[in-house]
Design a protein around this ligand. Structure first.
Ligand SMILES: Nc1ncnc2c1ncn2[C@@H]1O[C@H](COP(=O)(O)OP(=O)(O)O)[C@@H](O)[C@H]1O
Ligand SMILES: [Mg+2]
Length: 357
């Protein structure tokens, strides 16, 4: 087991009647890239602020390497922070911005000079040292904010949607850079985003929040392939949801049926004949074929072309409408509205969700 750097126990934060955090329990491992992912208002910033010490908890406790820091002010925690806006000091040069946390900590001048150069190099901004923040683009300013947050060698770096104000292409470039910076430095990163692709591509582990509660946590591919409930299945990628009656069971292999067509579903756990399973089915796991070729017959309602793949809405009289994602370069059929098709999936494509989930 890797060591925990932070232990968050039953963290609750109330704002009047709102529980911004509701009994959150979380271990953050030393050196990991942990992402808090959730829609707007789910409590991401509140949790990050509680870790930083800016938002005292209503209940619960936070430990840093086994030491209770619940009541400690932010400056004693010594965590680096990067926010969404470019919160550089506007009247200071880049160099002075990066030196600021070191001056506050009264580090020797020679050390400050060395550290500032090193941090400029980390974010590849050496030639910008004498510029003012207003003389730089948003992406450049955010690089400097990152260098400033790392200058005093914090043990934890907290990042609250640092890329969300940038355009898509630049955001993608900086995602790669942040990830490689993390790998190079080995500092623990706690990263907040509402962007599922960003969370999946950068993180060692993702925590999904909704209404101040953890819905599920895990490594990206486990979360994507084994969502626990419909919220996770739909927030992290897209899913179709089906109610499948179970007609037979043999160990973990079930037989379910749709409109008289029987097919296998892999479902570990307690399920009995006669139960109705709620399952999530990823659009990319559904195959399209000529009529009669796959499990079920349906009709294409609508097609949306996205370049490398297309999204196809298929109507079936018992299932309703399913979304199918198929790569355009190996399409089984060329879908268009009104076309009769068949569709099907493998036994392991249906993910059984928690009852009520
Ligand atoms: N200072 C505050 N006063 C009152 N309510 C707040 C305050 N900060 C956050 N909230 C509420 O707490 C909930 C979580 O907010 P927040 O942590 O900012 O969400 P996120 O960062 O995921 O968008 C929201 O319902 C929000 O309105
Ligand atoms: Mg926020």
């Amino acid at each position: 087991m890797p060591d925990s750097i932070l232990t968050i126990a039953d963290a609750t934060k109330r704002y009047g009647p709102v529980n911004a955090l509701d009994r959150v329990n979380l271990e953050v491992e030393e050196g990991e890239f942990l992402t808090l992912l959730g829609p707007s208002g789910s409590g991401k910033t509140t949790l990050l602020s509680a870790i930083a010490g800016f938002a005292p908890l209503s209940e619960g406790r936070i430990d840093l390497r086994g030491r209770d820091i619940t009541g400690e002010p932010p400056e004693h925690r010594d965590f680096g922070m990067v926010f969404q806006g470019y919160a550089l000091f506007p009247t200071m040069t880049v160099r002075d911005n990066i030196a600021f946390p070191l001056r506050v900590r009264k580090r020797p001048t020679a050390e400050i000079k060395k550290r500032v150069e090193y941090c400029l190099g980390l974010v590849q901004m050496e030639e910008f040292a004498d510029r003012m923040p207003t003389q730089m683009s948003g992406g450049q300013q955010q690089r400097i904010a990152l260098a400033r947050a790392l200058s005093f060698e914090p043990q934890v770096l907290l990042l609250d949607e640092p890329l969300s104000a940038l355009d898509k292409k630049l955001r993608a470039d900086l995602q790669w850079e942040l990830k490689s910076l993390h790998d190079k430095l080995g500092v623990t990163f706690i990263y907040v985003t509402h962007d599922q692709d960003e969370a999946l591509s950068m993180s060692d582990r993702v925590v999904i929040l909704k209404d101040g509660r953890i819905q599920q946590e895990g490594v990206p591919d486990t979360l994507y392939n084994h969502p626990r409930n419909s919220f996770v299945a739909d927030f992290l990628g897209k899913s179709n949801f089906l109610d499948l009656p179970v007609s037979a069971r043999e160990d973990d292999a079930l037989t379910c049926s749709i409109g008289g067509t029987k097919f296998p579903v892999m479902a570990p756990g307690a399920t009995a004949t006669g139960d109705v399973l709620k399952v999530a089915l990823r659009p990319e796991r559904i195959r399209l074929g000529q009529p009669g070729q796959e499990m079920l017959d349906g009709t294409v309602r609508q097609v949306s072309y996205l370049g490398e793949r297309c999204l196809v809405m298929v109507d079936h009289e018992d299932v309703g409408t399913l979304i199918v994602s198929q790569p355009t370069w190996k399409a089984g059929v060329t879908p268009r509205a009104g076309l009769p098709v068949s569709f099907g999936w493998d036994a392991d494509a249906c993910v059984v969700l928690e009852p009520g989930g």
